[in-house]
Design a protein around this ligand. Sequence first.
Ligand code: NAD
Length: 276
Amino acid sequence: MYKILKKEDLSEQITLFDIEAGDIARKARAGNFFILRTHEQGERIPLTIADFDSGRGTITTVFQKVGKTTNHLGTFNEGDFLTDVIGPLGNHSHIENFGRVVCVGGGVGIAPVYPIARALKEAGNKVTSIIGARSKSILFWEEKMRGVSDDLIVTTDDGSYGTKALVTVPLEEIMMNEKVDLVVAIGPAIMMKFVCKTTEKYNVKTVVSLNSIMIDATGMCGGCRVEIGGETKYTCVDGPEFDGHQVDFDLLMKRLQAYIPEEHTARCGGKGNGGK
Ligand code: NAD
């Protein structure tokens, strides 16, 4: 059983948990994820490790209440216990001094990009971060991102804060003016697709972290398969990070839609396995 030590609502739909999970915290590296179950019959959901503290033995995660399980998870409070927490999973980010790096976090994707930006900064890179949200009320971790970046650009789709733009607008402006060695982008698939379309024009290596539907997360079920450069790869064991210019984003987005009717049934009290 894994205790929730801290709960913070970052917005109406976005929640942060610090979870007591010493073994995972000691081994976690930027880019890893973990799987949790809220109860014995619950579905397994993958969540990115947004931060970790090996001294305290905690991992931090930020999740959006979108489906039955994440809504159920949102009802947990400090002091409550999660049934299973397994990790760290997936390959960690490749960190070295690339030189000039731009980290792009869109929406909830700001949380997983944070430890990567921090690790890249610690490795000596010049890091510019771009964080974007639909609106000011759902933007989070501005100060945390500023703390691990040489420069921070904030965008909102509706112009309620920062620059009124999608994250790709300042990204393109940077690339038009200077040489960038690496872009790391995490957010909705459509954002990562358009980040990659932008960086392709300037031939800048782009790493994305994919959020495909996952079940066992050990490479056995094939549920998280994605197409990378025409080859089938499993996000859980081959990723979650891939060369963005090789990703078939249209297929990923199609597969992300595959269970929408079942998710709707589960949310409306049907027999989805995410509830009690
Ligand atoms: P969102 O729809 O609010 O979009 C966030 C930002 O992405 C926008 O503000 C905008 O700047 C940018 N964006 C969106 N569409 C774009 C486009 N067509 N072109 C350029 N930029 C665009 O994001 P959300 O509701 O927070 O969605 C979060 C998504 O991120 C979910 O799908 C979730 O599964 C995913 N996610 C992925 C990971 C991961 O590890 N890959 C981790 C957490 C969340």
